[in-house]
Design a protein around this ligand. Structure first.
Ligand SMILES: *Cc1c(COP(=O)(O)O)cnc(C)c1O
Length: 462
């Protein structure tokens, strides 16, 4: 067997031509979206008021295992893909572990994360449909940046509602988005009814993703020829992200690498879903017993401490109801949380796979996450995104466990992006002022109390 190189790059011709639709292989499908007014399953027509048609078709598709990536998107992907699968030789040495550690690195494009994989696809389909402007929300800023890049390339206007604390913490993100031609509005803002309502109730709020989503949807509905796009959570976003897992699988197969476990960070679940897709499909089909671990912040623990229930996707309660692990759409993580992954809910696909026992979940505190980031930066050279460092932290824990037991496991983790715009958080960590926050059960109860009441008889029907 060939010695595995430090970096495995596929050639252009080895890049995936199809996305992988996990739902087609899931034995039980995620529950349908419900219209909150009628409590009936949403129709494609309803979703098309907000989203592009092709994306709605993908959202409802649970039969086609492979969905072709149009040429116009593959051309865009070629500008920054394939992304490398890296053997973390230096990290292995630093940890003195017998484990083999690999990471799939999605931070090689200017926006700095995997989000560009779905941004490209969503903007492409909007353009095809004759849409001229898009709205979205952004939390940490990566999605807004990725979308602005894609909008500049395909020629579409963009308005980004950016969570207010992030806009203040990350002024340079705003500069990048504006350079690509996007318009940034800190949320909550006075440009929408949802924003004005939240400002009236809580004038000092630093905002939340859920609130920014409400504002972006409202503006999309009220603006001519405009649609809303979302950077995570939804099935079609996970679908686009499967290029990560497909490339990783091809690279693993080429070098005879068989991961014993795959680890990813989970906010809304898209990079994790994309990375695990081809691997979990083998697990569902009974051909593999690979362990699959999602890692979330202890301050926003939707899988490990949330409820599996129908909930809104946004604070303003305007989206369809989705069955997912959730902390309640009113949940806002403590302001001292700097590590991203602050969404109250979780992808319905990931939620279902977790509920059915295919996936493990764990929560880690942010000071441990930054400790892992520091170790990694010093030996592998990359400054990781705090989000990605959740996965990294768990991978290091597993590698240290191998050192103690002497087991030679193969660990693959997703390094979803870089942390160049998270330097305020790194400064807090480096100066020793970063603190951990773990919500109490009472804190979580407040979020659960706001869950919509979906009667048992409706649940039986869907
Ligand atoms: C947005 C983001 C995440 C979290 O989103 P998912 O949909 O859970 O993948 C993770 N890592 C990075 C670098 C991000 O930008």
């Amino acid at each position: 067997m060939q010695k595995v190189p430090y970096k495995i790059y596929l050639s252009e011709s080895e890049m995936p031509k199809y996305w992988f639709n996990m739902k087609a292989v899931m034995k039980e499908k995620p529950e349908p979206f419900l219209n909150p007014a009628t409590l009936k399953p949403c129709t494609p027509e309803e979703l098309q008021q907000v989203f592009c048609k092709e994306l709605v078709d993908q959202e409802f598709n649970d039969t086609d295992k492979y969905i072709e990536i149009p040429e116009g998107i593959r051309e865009f992907y070629k500008m920054y893909r394939p992304s490398p699968l890296v053997r973390a030789y230096c990290l292995e040495k630093t940890l003195d572990t017998p484990a083999e550690i690999y990471y799939k690195f999605e931070g090689t494009n200017t926006s700095g994360s995997h989000k560009l994989n779905s941004a490209a696809a969503q903007v492409y389909y909007a353009k095809q449909q004759g849409i001229t402007c898009l709205t979205t929300e952004t939390g940490a800023g990566q999605w807004g940046t990725a979308l602005a890049m894609a909008c500049a390339y395909y020629g579409i206007d963009l308005t980004v509602y950016m969570v207010k604390v992030s806009a203040e913490q990350k002024p340079y993100r705003k500069a990048v988005i504006e350079t690509y031609g996007g318009k940034v509005i800190p949320s909550p803002s006075d440009t929408t009814e949802a924003g004005r309502r939240i400002l009236a109730e809580t004038p000092d709020t630093g905002g939340s993703l859920g609130c920014a989503i409400s504002e972006a949807i409202e503006t999309a509905i009220k603006t001519k020829n405009c649609k809303y796009v979302l950077g995570s959570v939804l099935d079609h976003v996970l679908l686009h992200q499967t290029v990560i897992g497909l490339e990783a699988k091809t690279a693993c197969d080429k070098y005879g690498i068989q991961p014993d476990m795959i680890i990813g960070c989970i906010g809304g679940g898209s990079n994790f879903g994309g990375l695990i897709a081809p691997f979990i499909s083998e697990k569902i089909e009974g051909r593999s017993s690979i362990r699959i671990i999602g890692v979330e912040p202890a301050s926003c623990p939707s899988l490990t401490r949330g409820k599996y229930a129908y909930d809104f996707g946004d604070t303003g309660k305007t989206t369809p109801l989705m069955k997912m692990y959730t902390l309640g759409s009113g949940f806002i993580p403590s302001p001292n949380h700097a590590g991203g992954l602050r969404y109250h809910g979780m992808s319905p696909i990931i939620s279902k796979l977790y509920h059915d026992g295919y996936i493990e979940a764990r929560a880690v505190e942010q000071t441990r996450v930054f400790e892992a980031a520091k170790v990694f930066a010093r030996c592998e050279g990359i400054l990781p995104a705090p989000e990605s460092s959740h996965a990294l932290c768990a991978a290091i824990d597993e590698a240290i466990m191998c050192r103690e037991t002497g087991e030679k496991k193969t660990i693959l983790f997703g390094l979803s992006g870089t942390g160049y715009f998270d330097l305020t958080a790194y400064m807090a960590y480096n100066s020793g002022t970063m603190t951990d926050y773990i919500p109490t059960d009472e804190d979580l109860e407040k979020g659960f109390a706001g869950l919509p009441n979906v009667p048992e008889c409706v649940l039986m029907e869907v």
